[in-house]
Design a protein around this ligand. Structure first.
Ligand SMILES: Nc1ncnc2c1ncn2[C@@H]1O[C@H](COP(=O)(O)OP(=O)(O)O)[C@@H](O)[C@H]1O
Ligand SMILES: [Mg+2]
Length: 465
């Protein structure tokens, strides 16, 4: 992990978030503080370090206003392991459904993935060099018994004692060059590869065992199987990939990787719990039924948020310092409908604002990954240029806003449906009737023409937009 990124100041973190998310200043500031606080905690020298708990955040806002996006971007900025779960997916222990601990296992999976990428990068060059030698050995087998020849036979034959070796070496270098130029990529060679593990093991204990014991069992079984080698005929380009993967896994210390991944998840992990309002029971209503199980899920969630040890196939992870960000619309229930213990674990409450028409205009234009830019890139891939006039974008924003009001408010997600409806015909016509090097200009009139009848017809827009 590059330390430069990890040491971003709160202002810098907000500036990074601003590149992707419009508005929501309050939420950005709070996640920035939470992120910086973990770096601060790591720098605390005294025993109090252990007692500093994360500033878990509760984001309150309707759908499509940027809650998930903020959390996801935050994790990217921090290069932190991140996982997103929907609280409503969980059910109480003992019932059918996902157990709450699985979110922690997912987090560790993500962490392993991140660490593995870093480690791959570290050994990539070394591995590539080794693979090159392996392929060269196959193409030009090294001269055998060179020493023996040199002392006896060669002298007897009055030849240059090292000519064989030298010749071999020269050919090898010539081939090395060709190999590096990619000239030999299509040529086939035969390589020895590890036979893939027999299929079917994964089926055992389907749902009857937790992931950790499953993995243990799998390791045990594959450990008992003799490592079979298999010959495969591949092009050099393919063989290079296969061999590289094998070589990389040889060079990576897996135990070290596991440990690092656990530590990374413990100290930098972020778990995003969406739809937490769905597991809050409305106060005063004591009818039992679903409310009981909702509270049960909250009770199951509590130890994980408070800090507990969870066994994963990579080792035991402690969740004390994992950052939890929960989100919900809270239209029906209120944060105070959550059990007090859980409320207490989310001390920071941020409300996300409803997006305005003006926000929509900006969302269409400004973010690094703005929708207009995404579609431009898609058309660009076919050498067609796509342009929007300024008032066309404003009109799109206006209509999206209107539809949200009239049909259902789905926030900025509406921009996706409106945009795809606007551009669908063009997407279909490229490149058949709209050929490469053409230009498409989206104007105000065009937006109206294509969308306004839909907007006026409520029944129609309900289905189409
Ligand atoms: N404030 C915003 N700025 C930029 N894009 C946004 C904003 N709010 C939502 N979006 C876009 O709308 C979509 C849904 O946003 P998301 O964060 O998933 O919403 P939710 O609040 O329901 O979690 C995403 O494509 C996201 O990029
Ligand atoms: Mg969301």
């Amino acid at each position: 992990m590059t330390n430069q990124k990890l040491s971003l100041t709160p202002r810098q973190i907000v500036a990074e978030l601003d590149k992707y998310i419009i508005g929501q200043k309050d939420a950005k500031r709070n996640v920035a503080i939470a992120l910086r606080n973990r770096i601060r905690r790591m720098m605390v020298k005294t025993d109090i370090q252990k007692d500093i708990v994360p500033n878990n955040i509760l984001m309150i806002g309707s759908t499509g206003v940027g809650k998930t996006e903020i959390a996801r971007r935050l994790a990217k900025i921090a290069q932190a392991p991140f996982t997103k779960v929907e609280a409503s997916k969980f059910t109480e222990v003992g019932y059918v459904g996902r157990d709450v601990e699985s979110m922690v296992r997912d987090l560790v999976e993500q962490s392993v993935h991140l660490v593995r990428e870093v480690k791959n990068e570290e050994v990539k060059e070394k591995a590539a060099a080794a693979v090159e030698e392996t392929i060269l050995d196959i193409l030009i087998p090294p001269v055998k018994n060179a020493g023996f020849k040199q002392n006896n036979l060669a002298i007897a034959q009055e030849e240059d004692p090292r000519s064989d070796e030298e010749l071999n070496e020269r050919t090898r270098e010539r081939f090395r060059e060709k190999l590096q130029n990619g000239e030999l990529d299509d040529r086939k060679i035969e390589i020895n590869v590890k036979a893939s593990s027999p299929v079917g093991i994964g089926m055992i204990g389907n749902g009857m065992m937790d992931d950790a014991s499953m993995a243990g069992l799998q390791d045990m079984i594959s450990g008992m199987m003799p490592k079979k080698m298999k010959k495969r005929k591949l092009t050099i380009a393919e063989a290079r990939k296969v061999l590289l993967e094998e070589e990389i896994s040889k060079l990576i210390d897996f135990d070290e990787l596991k440990e690092e991944a656990i530590r990374l998840a413990e100290n930098n992990g972020i778990i995003f719990i969406d739809e937490i309002d769905k597991i809050a029971s409305k106060s005063g209503k004591n009818g039992g039924g679903p409310d009981v199980s909702r509270e049960g899920v909250q009770r199951d969630l509590l130890p994980i948020v408070e800090g507990t040890a969870v066994t994963t196939k990579y080792g035991v992870i402690n969740t004390d310092h994992v950052l939890f960000i929960a989100a919900g619309a809270f239209h029906v229930s209120k944060p105070s409908d959550l059990i007090p213990e859980l409320q207490g674990r989310f001390p920071i409450r941020v409300e996300l604002n409803a997006l305005t028409e003006d926000d929509f205009s900006r969302i269409l234009r400004e973010p690094k990954n703005a929708l207009t830019k995404q579609y431009q890139a898609l058309f660009e891939a076919e050498d067609v240029s796509l342009e929007f006039t300024e008032d066309a974008i404003d009109e799109l924003a206006r209509l999206a806003f209107l539809i949200n009001q009239e049909v259902e408010n789905i926030g900025a997600r509406r921009l996706h449906t409106v945009m795809s409806h606007l551009l669908n015909d063009f997407l279909f016509d490229v490149p058949d009737t709209i050929e490469p090097n053409s230009k498409i200009m989206i104007t105000h009139e065009m937006v109206q023409e294509r969308l306004s009848t839909l907007v006026k017809n409520r029944d129609l827009s309900q289905y189409i937009l």
